[in-house]
Design a protein around this ligand. Structure first.
Ligand code: DGL
Length: 276
C-alpha cells in the first residue's frame, strides 16, 4: 500500500492556531496546510480533561480522514490534555505511520536561553495551568527554572468574540498580568501559553513592565517543525508541496471567513464541517 500523502493539519479550538499557522507558513511556505478550528465548541480552556481529549481526538480523526500525514495541535489546552493519550493510546490503531505533535515542548525547549533570572511567568487557559504541563516540561529540561502560572479564563472569549481591541479587554489584561507579577516579582519572561494570546500582544505589552520579555510561541513551533521534518524524511516526503492553505471550521463559513481574515489579513477558502 502507498503511504497517504497530503497537507500538514493544524488544529485549534478556534482562531488561536492561526497565530501558529502564520509563523509556520512564513518558515515553511512550500507545504500545503489544512487548518481546522472547532469554533462552535470553543473555548476548550475551561472544559474537563475527558471532553478536551474527546474533541481533540475527533479533530485528529477528521484531519487524518482528509489525508494529513502529520497534525500539529496548535492549541496548548489540547496539547496539555490530549496529546500524550492520542500519541500513546490512539495513534497505534488509528494509523501508526502518521504523527501528532503539540506546542508545549517546543516552547519549553526555547525558554532556558531566554530567562536571566530563571523565573518564568505563564499566562494560559485554566486547563493548561491546571494540567501542570509547562512546569513539568520546563523542569525536565531546566531544573533550575521556577515557573509561576496564572489562568486567564476571559482572554479567549474576548478574542473569539472580536473584543480584543476593546476597553473591556484592558481591564482583564491588566488584572491577570498584575496577579502574575504579585505571585513572583523576579519574573523576567512571560510565556503567552495559549495560541490565542498573540492577538492581545499590544495590550499585554502595555500593562507589563518593559524589562519583562513576552514570548509568543509561533516562531519556536515553526522552527521546531522545520527541524522535525529534516529529522523525519519518512514524514516529510508525505507532506504535499504546492503552497496551498485551506480551512475547516465547525462554525458557519461566513463567520470564520470574516474573523479569520482579520487575523490573517487575506481572503481565505473555508468549509464548514461537523466533528460529532
Ligand atoms: N488556543 C488554545 C490554547 O492554546 C485554546 C483556547 C481555548 O479554547 O480555551 O490553549
Amino acid at each position: 500500500m502507498y503511504p497517504i500523502c497530503g497537507p500538514i493539519g493544524v488544529f485549534d479550538s478556534g482562531y488561536g492556531g492561526l497565530t501558529i499557522l502564520e509563523k509556520i507558513k512564513e518558515q515553511l511556505p512550500q507545504y500545503d496546510y489544512l487548518y481546522l478550528g472547532d469554533n462552535a465548541r470553543t473555548p476548550y480552556g475551561t472544559r474537563s480533561f475527558e471532553v478536551v481529549y474527546e474533541f481533540t481526538l475527533q479533530a485528529v480523526r477528521k484531519l487524518f480522514e482528509m489525508g494529513c500525514p502529520l497534525v500539529i495541535l496548535a492549541c496548548n489546552t489540547a496539547s496539555a490534555k490530549a496529546l500524550r493519550s492520542i500519541q500513546q493510546k490512539d495513534l497505534p490503531y488509528l494509523d501508526a505511520s502518521r504523527r501528532v505533535l503539540g506546542v508545549i515542548r517546543p516552547t519549553a525547549e526555547c525558554i532556558g536561553e531566554l530567562t536571566q533570572t530563571r523565573h518564568i511567568g505563564l499566562l494560559a487557559t485554566e486547563g493548561t495551568v491546571r494540567s501542570g504541563s509547562y512546569p513539568m516540561e520546563i523542569n525536565k529540561l531546566f531544573p533550575d527554572i521556577t515557573v509561576s502560572s496564572i489562568p486567564c479564563p476571559l482572554w479567549v472569549p474576548l478574542i473569539e468574540n472580536n473584543e480584543f481591541n476593546s476597553e473591556g479587554a484592558d481591564y482583564f489584561v491588566k488584572k491577570y498580568v498584575n496577579q502574575l507579577l504579585e505571585k513572583d516579582p523576579m519574573i523576567d519572561t512571560f510565556i503567552l501559553g495559549c495560541t490565542h494570546y498573540p492577538l492581545l500582544m499590544q495590550k499585554i505589552r502595555k500593562f507589563t513592565p518593559p524589562h519583562i520579555q513576552l514570548v509568543a510561541q509561533g516562531e519556536y513551533v515553526a522552527t521546531s517543525l522545520s527541524d522535525y521534518l529534516t529529522r523525519h524524511p519518512e514524514i516529510e516526503q508525505r507532506c504535499t508541496k504546492k503552497g496551498n492553505c485551506k480551512f475547516l471550521t465547525t462554525e458557519s463559513e461566513e463567520k470564520f471567513q470574516e474573523s479569520a481574515s482579520l487575523f490573517l489579513h487575506q481572503d481565505i477558502l473555508v468549509r464548514s464541517i461537523s466533528l460529532e
